[in-house]
Design a protein around this ligand. Structure first.
Ligand SMILES: CC(=O)N[C@H]1[C@@H](OP(=O)(O)OP(=O)(O)OC[C@H]2O[C@@H](n3ccc(=O)[nH]c3=O)[C@H](O)[C@@H]2O)O[C@H](CO)[C@@H](O)[C@@H]1O
Ligand SMILES: C=C(OP(=O)(O)O)C(=O)O
Length: 428
């Protein structure tokens, strides 16, 4: 298994191109199941999760063609054509779903188009139990009959889906996406109440509209979808990855560097930018993206609580904790989305961080210097938080289980070393 070796202490300076968002690309790829024509996605990031979903779609009968590899500014920004002329299989098997929970996003499109879909129950993962009850509740509201058997979810709607009202008791990004895709092929109108408002939802809605659906309110808590009996092909450019951008913003701050994040969008990171500026980080909009550096001197301990968009993203919590571990004073970091998303704490502690967890909150008392250590993480954002800590630490950090990082960060070691980091991947 590959490892990442970092010698810390160098300020990062230069430009980093922000890729297309993993969390937008995955539902957009699932949307290819809704039409027998070609859906072309550009600005597709090169990530393990994308490869896993591509494999799953191809087992369902989707023809995939990747065009081009190299876009501007070192971002690969590939173009993917997906054509689901005929769906040859309606089952997403355990072996692929267990690798990536987002595979459940094929359920809505399959039942809407084929009248049946089977997806292995995703189960929990390192950050929490992660049920899919809200996805199922939403599909049931559109007339699907759901059965759980032999570890699989089976959704059936032999006469097609019909629009309805879905009132989500809790905000869920994935459930909003799954039901929105299904509703795009349902008869009549669907109203989603208490829908997720993430930029990735808006990106999906824009693509579904380009495919012929009528959608209003995406990006607000109430989304109305008027379905069509058929959707057509479309071309869509994937939105920039706000979590990748936020991660590199924190890399600039933790190393006392100066980074220009090309393609990053301030409007998708407003709460994170507010919190970073309280912590002593300047994030300035440029005509190409965001320029990030410390305002002056050390960082100040600043509290943050994760919330659904537009709140502070849970996918930046671990990285922010690494940053606060080196700040002056204390910070309270509270996780409200996932029940077990502090797996990075004991690893950061091995690097000298002073963090005490009390339930859903972690009290981080900043230290003068972190020190390098061998570390490993059990999820994607925890892994990258250790990379950030390693960039700031004295001495060598060896990060194991790099496959978590490869799920969501494209060429992380290349992007960082081009800005002066001493970081390399060691195959093994
Ligand atoms: C591929 C993708 O886009 N992943 C993102 C997506 O995950 P995902 O879509 O899985 O996250 P959700 O927004 O659905 O989860 C939010 C909360 O709702 C709960 N829940 C969710 C569904 C459900 O049926 N029942 C239920 O109780 C979850 O356990 C969690 O506590 O949004 C999360 C929250 O911003 C991010 O951390 C993930 O990076
Ligand atoms: C939790 C994440 O992804 P997923 O929902 O695919 O596990 C993430 O991107 O941080």
């Amino acid at each position: 298994m590959d490892r990442i070796v970092i010698r810390g202490g160098r300020p990062l300076e230069g430009e980093i191109a922000i890729g297309g968002a993993k969390n937008a690309a995955l539902p957009l790829m699932a949307a290819s199941l809704l039409t027998d024509e070609t859906l072309r996605l550009s600005n597709l990031p090169h990530l393990a999760d994308i490869t896993t979903l591509a494999k799953l779609l191809s087992t369902l009968g989707v023809e995939l063609h990747m065009n081009g590899n190299g876009g501007a500014g070192g971002s690969s920004g590939r173009v993917l054509d997906m054509t689901a002329r005929t769906i040859t299989d309606t089952c997403a098997p355990y072996d692929l779903v267990r690798k990536m929970r987002a595979s459940v996003l094929v359920l809505g499109p399959l039942v809407a188009r084929e009248g049946i879909g089977r997806v292995s129950l995703p189960g929990g993962c390192a950050i929490g139990t992660r049920p899919v009850d809200l996805h199922l509740m939403g599909l049931e509201a559109l007339g699907a009959e759901i059965e759980l058997k032999e570890g699989y979810i089976e959704a059936r709607a032999p006469r097609g889906l019909t629009g309805g009202e879905v009132v989500f008791p809790k905000v869920s990004v994935g459930a909003t996406e799954n039901v929105m895709m299904a509703a795009a092929l349902a008869k009549g109108e669907t109203r989603l109440v208490n829908a997720a408002r993430e930029p990735e939802i808006v990106d999906l809605a824009d693509c579904l509209v380009a495919m012929g659906a009528e959608i209003e309110g995406a990006g607000t808590a109430t989304v109305t979808i008027r379905g069509r009996s058929r959707l057509h092909g479309a071309e869509h450019r994937i939105v920039a990855d706000r979590i990748e951008a936020g991660t590199y913003a924190m890399a600039a701050a933790i190393t006392d560097g100066d980074l220009h994040l090309i393609g990053a969008r301030a409007d998708h990171l407003s709460t994170a930018i507010d919190i970073l500026s309280q912590a002593g980080v300047t994030v300035a909009e440029t005509n190409q993206g965001l320029r990030v550096r410390r305002a002056n001197g050390r960082l100040h301990g600043t509290d943050a609580m994760t919330e659904a968009y537009p709140g502070f993203p849970t996918d930046l919590q671990a990285q922010f904790m690494a940053l606060m571990a080196t700040a002056e004073g204390a910070a309270m970091v509270t996780e409200t989305i996932f029940e077990n998303r502090f797996m990075h704490v004991p690893e950061l502690a091995r690097m000298g961080a002073n963090v005490t967890v009390h339930g859903a909150s972690a009290l981080v008392r900043g230290v003068e210097r972190l020190t390098g250590a061998p570390v490993m993480a059990t999820d994607l954002r925890a892994s990258v938080s250790l990379v950030l800590a390693g960039l700031a630490a004295e001495g060598e950090t060896v990060l194991n289980r790099v496959y978590h990082l490869d799920r969501g960060y494209e060429r992380v070691e290349d992007k960082l070393s081009a800005c002066g980091a001493d970081i390399r991947r060691v195959a093994g």
